[in-house]
Design a protein around this ligand. Structure first.
Ligand code: PLP
Length: 400
C-alpha cells in the first residue's frame, strides 16, 4: 500500500508473536496445544508488588509523571545499579520507559543516522534488527556458533566493526539461547571495544537475575570501567519480577544520551504508567528472596528440557547459563521426512510440522538469525514441559 511509509517496508512483524497467534488459532479450533513460544514467566507478580500498585491507585497516583520516570523510581534504580552491579549513576543519568523495548528503541532513535551500523550478535532477540531498521540504521549481524556455546568471540566482534559502527548490542543471559558470558569472556569483548573508541555498547541485561549453577552475572561497564562513558546499561522488571504486563524498563548512561531519549519519549508516549512505576519501586526496593526461589524452579525445568531433548537422535541441546530458553540444533534432522511426506528442509518447516502434528509450539531459529535451531521457552509448568518434550521425542522418532 503506497500510503504506508517506506521505513515500514524494511521491517517484519515479530515472528514470536506470529507463532503465539498460530498456536492460539489451533487451540481455538480445538487442538491440544502446548505453547513453548512465549517469552514471559508463568509466575504471578509477587503480592507486595501488586499491593504497591493498588496502593498507588488508592493514593491517587494516577496522573502524568515526569516523562522518563518519578524521582522515587529513579532513586531505586540508582540504588539497584550500585548494590548489584557496582555502578554509580545519578538520577539525571536514568531513563524509565514503557518496557525494556521502549528504552532500547528510544536509544536507537536518539542516536542513529542513515548509514550508521549496529553490530548485533546472532542468535539475537528478534526485535534488535528491526528496531535498528526502524531508526534508520543498518544492522550488522555477527553470527556466533553452537560450538562456541552461541557466544561471540573477540575475533568475530573485531571483524564486524567498521568506521560506521555506532553501537554493539550486547545481551547476556541471552534471548533466545540462554547463553551467559563469564567475566573473562565479556572482558575479551570489552578489550576489543577499547581499541575502537567510536563504538558504544548498549547492554540489554533483562535476564540478569535468571541465572543458574552459580553463574556470575556481569555487565560491560562493570567489567571495563573505562567503557562507562559510552555504555547504556538497560534493564527492566518484566522478566525477573514477573511483570511483563506492567511495562517498565529502564536504562542508565551518559546524561546527554538520557536527555535525548527523554525528548523522544516526551513527544511520543510521555511517561510510563504511573501505577506501574510505583509497583516497580517496590520491586526494586522490596524483598528479593523470591528471585532465588523462582530460579530453583527454572533450573529444574531447564534440566528437564535439556535432558529430554538431548535423548533425541539428531538434536544437540547445549546447557545454557540463564534466561528461560534453550536453543537446540536440529542439524541432524535436516532432510528427513515426516510420516505425511513433509521434508524437513529447515527449522521453519520443522517448527510448523511439529505444531501441526503434535500441537507443540516452538519458535524457529531463522527468526533469531541462526539456523537450524528452534527456541523453547521453559517458562511453563513441569507437566506441560514433560508432555511437550515427549511429543517432540515421538515426532522426531517418526522422521525417516
Ligand atoms: C532480550 C530482551 N530484551 C528486552 C525485552 C523486552 O522486555 P519488555 O517486556 O520489558 O519490553 C525482551 C522481551 O522479550 C527480551 O527478551
Amino acid at each position: 500500500m503506497t500510503f504506508l511509509s517506506k521505513t515500514l517496508s524494511r521491517v517484519k512483524p515479530s515472528p514470536t508473536i506470529a507463532v503465539t497467534t498460530l498456536a492460539g488459532e489451533l487451540k481455538a479450533a480445538g487442538k491440544d496445544v502446548i505453547g513453548l513460544g512465549a517469552g514471559e514467566p508463568d509466575f504471578n507478580t509477587p503480592e507486595n508488588i501488586k499491593a504497591a500498585g493498588i496502593a498507588a491507585i488508592e493514593a491517587g497516583k494516577t496522573k502524568y509523571t515526569a516523562p522518563d520516570g518519578i524521582p522515587e523510581l529513579k532513586a531505586a534504580i540508582c540504588a539497584k545499579f550500585e548494590r548489584e552491579n557496582g555502578l554509580r549513576y545519578t538520577p539525571q543519568q536514568v531513563s524509565v520507559g514503557t518496557g525494556g523495548k521502549q528504552i532500547l528503541y528510544n536509544a536507537l532513535m536518539a542516536t542513529l543516522n542513515p548509514g550508521d551500523e549496529v553490530v548485533i550478535p546472532a542468535p539475537y532477540w528478534v526485535s534488535y534488527p528491526d528496531m535498528v531498521l526502524l531508526a534508520g540504521g543498518t544492522p550488522v549481524i555477527a553470527a556466533a556458533t553452537l560450538e562456541n556455546s552461541f557466544k561471540l568471540t573477540p575475533e568475530q566482534l573485531e571483524a564486524a566493526i567498521t568506521p560506521k559502527t555506532k553501537w554493539l548490542i550486547f545481551n547476556s543471559p541471552s534471548n533466545p539461547t540462554g547463553a551467559g558470558y563469564s567475566r573473562k569472556e565479556l572482558k575479551a569483548l570489552t578489550d576489543v571495544l577499547m581499541r575502537h573508541p567510536h563504538v558504544w555498547v548498549m547492554t540489554d541485561d533483562m535476564y540478569e537475575h535468571l541465572a543458574y549453577d552459580g553463574f556470575e552475572f556481569c555487565t560491560p561497564a562493570q567489567v571495563e570501567p573505562a567503557l562507562y562513558e559510552r555504555t547504556l546499561t538497560c534493564n527492566g522488571v518484566s522478566k525477573a519480577y514477573a511483570m511483563t504486563g506492567w511495562r517498565i524498563g529502564y536504562a542508565a548512561g551518559p546524561v546527554e544520551l538520557i536527555a535525548a531519549m527523554r525528548k523522544i519519549q516526551s513527544q511520543s508516549t510521555s511517561n510510563p504508567c504511573s501505577i506501574s512505576q510505583w509497583a516497580a519501586v517496590e520491586a526494586l526496593n522490596g524483598p528479593q528472596d523470591f528471585l532465588s526461589k523462582n530460579n530453583v524452579v527454572f533450573k529444574r525445568r531447564r534440566d528437564l528440557v535439556v535432558s529430554m531433548l538431548s535423548e533425541i537422535d539428531g538434536i544437540t541441546c547445549p546447557v545454557p547459563e540463564g534466561a528461560f530458553y534453550v536453543y537446540p540444533s536440529i542439524a541432524g534432522l535436516i532432510g528427513k521426512t515426516t510420516p505425511d511426506g513433509t521434508v524437513i528442509e529447515d527449522d521453519e518447516t520443522f517448527s510448523r510440522a511439529l505444531l501441526e502434528d503434535t500441537g507443540v509450539a516452538v519458535v524457529f531459529g531463522a527468526a533469531f538469525g541462526l539456523s537450524p535451531n528452534f527456541r523453547v521457552s521453559y517458562a511453563t509448568s513441569d507437566e506441560a514441559l514433560k508432555t511437550a518434550c515427549e511429543r517432540i521425542q515421538d515426532f522426531c522418532a517418526k522422521l525417516t
